[in-house]
Ligand binder design. Structure first.
Ligand code: ADP
Ligand code: ADP
Ligand code: MG
Length: 666
């Protein structure tokens, strides 16, 4: 076995490989780009080598730098993860030429499977069933058009070198073929530097079922059953599961044996995945082979109890496969959801930003979280915006589904947009729950999966209000402690006023809608009027940003994470995004602009910060008002001129009183 390996990857997969290596007593070397200097995979590895700038082209994709890093650190083998250089035959060859072991298949097998057309030729010769279509060498547009007409529409044009769901065009009718071909070739050349295409019959309502295979250098080859990855968006997997629902034992064996035949036909060694497209009646066709560890490998690990990275390391070290086919068994059911920083409601647009809050569900034998980031880390625009893979296991599919729902509900992320709510709807949608699977599921369930944006519910608004009040209380107590006179009533943030209960308004923005919570402080509770209804509320801060809330006679546990004016409310498995709207800072209110700025609550003018007649820019501080024991700065709503101040410093003002006369325009 190796003493030291280098992981030529980043993110969750690099962390995943390090974990197994460590358990096996193998030292690990991480590589990283400038953008990843403090990334989790770098923190976890025994040592780490900087490759270069953030762009993958200048770091993770530079084979020479990785080979150099192996030499410097004495790493004997390289695990390529997935993506990056994992299916690059020149890289595998270059490692071999330098006496470094590639933890993956022989370069010849990568090459054989690298072109979808060449792979289909080989598979056809090995009697693996193929999707009907044309995968010849001829690339003349007229010839391709004739072939498509012969296959019958709809057809799919695929870039032979394609991957990641790119370089594919669905053609519904003959007249559309020439344009679709041209556009597919354009994308293929720009994405893969190769515009060779093949044509396939487009299977309607298909399932994507793939087989995990493993081969060693001694001629053994087994299959570790199937994964169903039918839930896709734009031909990319979103949810994966094992085993495939409804798979008869006999077909499982046929598919497994077909996959083993495919692997043997190319002299395969290591972990590989043979992807099939399956019709609803179970007929299946070879689609392509991925010559690496797959993103969704954990579901296979969960149902077989095997560690596939350990298998990879053993095979690469020349050892036999740990188990024979008849020793492998399926136990229970596993689901994986890919947690991404992306906005499902905006066409899955990737999001970037800091993970201000990242609290995954607790791990157990039922719940596994594979991630490359921790709270405080950033999702950068340079790489895939995956935050984590959430994998659950249970005895049955229904059990696993319940675990997944709970785990998604418990998953707390704040600071950037994620697909967690979308995934929650996906696992709750009757088609998925009922295992009515095909690659069009997301499209078919559009209405259920992309509901109209709902107003933030009243409970969440109440919780957000209580969050603000508790936070102020907490701050006041800290300030009082620091002041040396902790019992001074002037430190109290409970709105205490002689003879009357103080009232104030706390405002939020829910999208474009302004929501006001009118709060009255009472002896030991708050009376909150919101949306025309009144609720008596109490709250108690727990650890971190969690707190217990009482709303009339109900008790809830909630969390509010605040970043600047953003508030993420975590309540009963849902996350709600609000903006704290400070009326004293509200600059776009329109009507108050020219008449003068008004006091939104009673208070005292503490300081005047500008001179009458002074020309100011938008946002220039004009006046400080002390209200509710807090200082609020009133700023210019726009560029303009201060005409007059209505009060002198030290004077009391009442709610709604005009403070500044202001002329708009410079
Ligand atoms: P990639 O290399 O991008 O993974 P694949 O050939 O594996 O490309 O196809 C990706 C996805 O596209 C499949 O999972 C499936 O959803 C869809 N697809 C591929 N071929 C067909 C086909 N012939 N008919 C219908 N859908 C297909
Ligand atoms: P500042 O930028 O002045 O330090 P922030 O408003 O960013 O203040 O808050 C700093 C810390 O206080 C953060 O950890 C934030 O999570 C927490 N915090 C602020 N307001 C609230 C609130 N309403 N509820 C819970 N936590 C809050
Ligand atoms: Mg594929």
């Amino acid at each position: 076995m190796f003493n030291k390996i280098l992981i030529a990857n980043r993110g969750e997969i690099a962390c995943r490989v390090i974990k197994t290596a460590r358990r096996m007593g193998i030292r690990t070397v991480a590589v990283y780009s400038e953008a990843d200097a403090n990334a989790r995979h770098v923190r976890l590895a025994d040592e780490a080598v900087l490759l270069g700038p953030a762009a993958a082209r200048e770091s993770y994709l530079v084979a020479d730098k990785i080979i150099e890093a192996c030499k410097r650190t004495g790493a004997q083998a390289v695990h390529p993860g997935y993506g990056f250089l994992s299916e690059n035959e020149e890289f595998a060859e270059a490692l071999a030429a330098n006496g470094i072991t590639f933890i993956g298949p022989p370069a010849s097998a990568i090459r054989a499977m690298g072109s979808k057309s060449e792979a289909k030729k080989l598979m056809g010769a090995a009697s693996v069933p193929l999707t009907p279509g044309y995968h010849g060498d001829g690339q003349n547009p007229e010839l391709l058009h004739e072939e498509a007409d012969g296959i019958g529409y709809p057809v799919l044009i695929k870039a032979a070198a394609g991957g990641g769901g790119k370089g594919m065009r669905l053609v519904e009718k003959s007249g559309d073929f020439p344009d679709a071909l041209a556009s597919c070739k354009r994308e293929a050349i720009s994405s893969f530097g190769n515009d060779h295409v093949l044509i396939e019959k487009y299977i309607t309502k298909p399932r994507h079922i793939e087989i995990q295979i493993f081969a060693d250098t001694l001629g053994n080859c087994v299959y570790l059953f199937e994964r169903d990855c039918s839930v896709q968006r734009r031909h990319q997997k979103v949810l994966e599961e094992a085993p495939a629902p409804g798979m008869p034992e006999e077909r499982r064996r046929q598919m497994g044996e077909a996959a083993v035949a495919a692997a043997k036909a190319v002299g395969y060694v290591g972990a590989g995945t043979v992807e099939f497209i399956a019709m609803q009646d179970g007929t299946f066709y070879f689609m392509e082979m991925n010559t690496r560890l797959q993103v969704e490998h954990p579901v296979t690990e969960m149902i077989t109890g095997q560690d596939l990275v350990e298998w990879q390391l053993r095979v690469a070290a020349g050892q036999p496969l740990p188990l024979k086919q008849e020793q492998l068994e399926i136990r229970g059911h596993a689901l994986e959801a890919r947690i991404y920083a992306e906005d499902a409601n905006k066409g899955f647009l990737p999001a970037t930003g800091r993970l201000i809050r990242l609290a995954p569900p607790a791990e157990s034998i039922n719940v596994r979280v594979d991630t490359g980031v921790e709270e405080g880390d950033e999702i950068t625009p340079f790489y895939d915006p995956m935050i984590a893979k959430l994998i659950v296991w249970d005895e049955t599919r229904d059990g696993a589904l319940a675990r997944m729902r709970k785990a998604l509900a418990d998953y707390q992320v704040a600071g950037l947009t994620t697909n967690i709510d979308f995934l929650s709807r996906l696992v709750a949608c009757p088609a998925f729950a009922g295992a009515d699977l095909d690659t069009g599921l997301i499209e078919r369930q559009k209405e259920f999966l992309f509901p109209e944006v709902q107003a933030v519910p009243r409970d969440a608004l109440l919780v957000a209000t209580v969050g603000e009040l508790l936070w102020e209380q907490h701050e006041a107590r800290s300030a009082a402690k620091a002041s040396g006179d902790p019992h001074s009533p002037w430190h109290a943030r409970d709105g205490w006023r002689m003879n009357l209960s103080a009232a104030r308004t706390i405002s939020f923005k829910d999208g474009e809608t302004l929501v006001d919570a009118h709060v009255r402080y009472q002896r030991d509770q708050w009376q909150i009027t919101l949306g025309g209804e009144t609720t008596m509320a109490r709250g108690k801060k727990l650890d971190g940003d969690r707190f217990a809330v009482e709303l009339d006679d109900r008790r809830l546990i909630a969390s509010v994470v605040a970043v600047d004016d953003k508030r993420s409310v975590f309540l009963q498995g849902s996350t709600y995004a609000l903006l704290r709207d400070d009326p004293l800072h509200r600059v776009d209110a329109g009507d108050s602009h020219d008449g003068g700025l008004t006091a939104p609550m009673p208070g005292k003018v503490v300081a005047l910060l500008a001179q009458p007649g002074q020309k100011v820019e938008k946002g220039t501080p004009l006046l400080i008002l002390e209200a509710m024991k807090m200082e609020h700065t009133i700023t210019a709503p726009a560029a303009g001129t201060v005409k007059a101040f209505c009060y002198a410093a030290g004077e009391q003002v009442s709610d709604g009183a005009p403070l500044v006369e202001f002329d708009l325009g410079s």
